[in-house]
Write a protein that binds this ligand. Structure first.
Ligand code: GDP
Ligand code: MG
Length: 439
């Protein structure tokens, strides 16, 4: 999905003005991409219509190029499609609040039960009781008990001989007696949706009257996940969806249509196997991810508010023509610091997580003070042309700035790297093709 969209975006971002034809072309690509990702036909149609309407009709904001504008519209529509942020969990006025976890086998119900319990305790200071209602596999009970041990939380189980309906019922009584404010019921799954399973889940539901029914779906299963969500919702009227294994899913197709098809929000996202890897689901981040452009938009927005437009233009031109100097660097550092911590900014760059070294590079704000001192110790000529730098000049600069030669060398290297990175960044934002310097 991301690849297709990106190549279209690239085509369009290079232009100075977006014509109706551009929008047509862009939306055609978006449509194909979404259909290819197996997104529901009607969902796609509605989305495309909205994008067209907005992208063509809208005035071009001065601060954004028309290409960025279209991307912004697409991104906003994708975000809307997935609903607003909905990570709230019900609180019953008559405790315990009961959460029932449902889903197919292997979707991640048991793991998510543990994660949710962990979240409830950590974030809301609650004391949940976990309930093992998957009585068909002894290993499933053991799995939940192990999670309970890891979390140091009680797990209620009556083995494999008692019906899950009775287990659920007794668990609620126990929770009342022992003042647990939440009960999380882990249920059985099947490989496919079947009536036996649905019957059982419906009986549990009518017995315990849960405040939440969370459907756990595996995002890697793509459009299947959407079909599963649709049938579970029809049968059980779920309250929300937990999308698991998003750490391994690159397409995002499931995330896109679940809300549109079921009307139920995705509340949480599983980002790994560990017990703390459950996050609130952020539709906006997901939209960025689907567009495959990091948080480019928030970076643009940030830059727009902090950096004077004209200055930014000049700077960009300098970066493009590679006439960027240490003087600009110094001035820019002031600007950049207004935008926020450096490492945060860098992490927003597209592909930053793939750039070697950057991932773990902690940028020390203290170091910036040294950097400023070093640049201030350079002569005007040296600032304009770092290639002048030789051993004796470096020594002098180190002395003048209270640093040492290796720090000076490091800065020279960093300056060079930064130039390259900024260059990449302008290219990505502008989609300028082929022109400019090569590295
Ligand atoms: P259940 O059958 O629905 O109870 O599924 P389980 O909770 O047993 O999970 C099935 C497998 O998926 C296990 O190996 C989990 O560790 C794994 N799993 C669950 N959630 C996630 C997730 O968010 N990311 C990853 N990578 N693995 C997950
Ligand atoms: Mg399980």
């Amino acid at each position: 999905l991301a690849d297709r969209l990106q190549s279209t975006i690239k085509k369009i971002t290079g232009k100075g003005k977006v014509s109706e034809q551009d929008v047509k072309e862009m939306t055609r690509e978006v449509r194909l991409a979404l259909l290819e990702a197996d997104v529901n036909f009607k969902v796609v149609k509605d989305l495309i219509n909205r994008i067209k309407e907005r992208a063509v009709g809208q005035e071009v904001m001065e601060s954004l190029t028309p290409g960025q504008q279209v991307i912004k519209v697409v991104k906003e529509e994708l975000t809307d499609l997935m609903g607003g942020e909905q990570s709230k969990i019900a609180v019953s006025d008559r405790p315990p609040t009961v959460i029932m976890m449902v889903g197919l086998q292997g979707a991640g119900k048991t793991t998510t039960t543990g994660k949710l319990a962990n979240l409830l305790r950590k974030k809301y200071n609650r004391s949940p009781l976990l309930v093992a209602c998957d009585v068909y596999r002894p290993a499933a009970i053991k799995q939940l008990e192990t999670l309970g041990e890891q979390l140091d939380m009680p797990v209620f189980s009556l083995g494999t001989e008692v019906s899950p309906i009775d287990i659920a019922k007794q668990a609620i009584d126990k929770a009342k007696n022992e003042h647990h404010d939440y009960v999380i019921i882990d249920t059985a799954g099947r490989l496919h949706v079947d009536t036996d399973l649905m019957d059982e889940l419906q009986q549990i539901k009518s017995t315990v009257v849960p405040d939440e029914i969370f459907l756990v779906v595996d995002s890697m299963t793509g459009q299947d996940a959407v079909n599963v969500a649709e049938s579970f919702n029809e049968q059980l009227d779920i309250s929300g969806v937990v999308l698991t294994k998003l750490d391994g899913d690159t397409r995002g197709g499931a995330a896109l249509s679940i809300k549109a098809v079921t009307g139920k929000p995705i509340k949480f996202a599983g980002m790994g196997e560990k017990l703390d890897q459950l996050e609130a689901f952020h539709p906006e981040r997901m939209a960025s991810r689907i567009l495959g452009m990091g948080d480019v938009l928030s970076l643009i927005e940030k830059a727009q508010t902090s950096v004077n437009e004209k200055q930014a233009k000049e700077l960009e031109e300098k970066m493009r023509t590679m006439s960027f100097t240490f003087d600009d660097f110094l001035e820019q550092m002031g600007q950049v610091r207004k935008m926020g911590p450096l490492d945060e900014l860098i992490s927003m760059l597209p592909g930053a997580n793939k750039m070697k070294g950057l991932k773990n590079a902690q940028i020390d704000e203290k170091q910036i003070v040294h950097v400023e001192a070093i640049i201030q110790s350079m002569t005007k000529k040296e600032r304009q042309d770092p290639s002048l730098m030789n051993a004796s000049r470096k020594k002098r600069i180190a002395k003048g700035s209270g640093t040492n030669v290796s720090q000076v060398n490091r800065l020279l290297k960093q300056f060079d790297d930064m130039k390259k990175m900024m260059k990449q960044m302008t290219n990505m934002q502008k989609g300028k093709k082929g022109k400019g310097m090569k590295f």
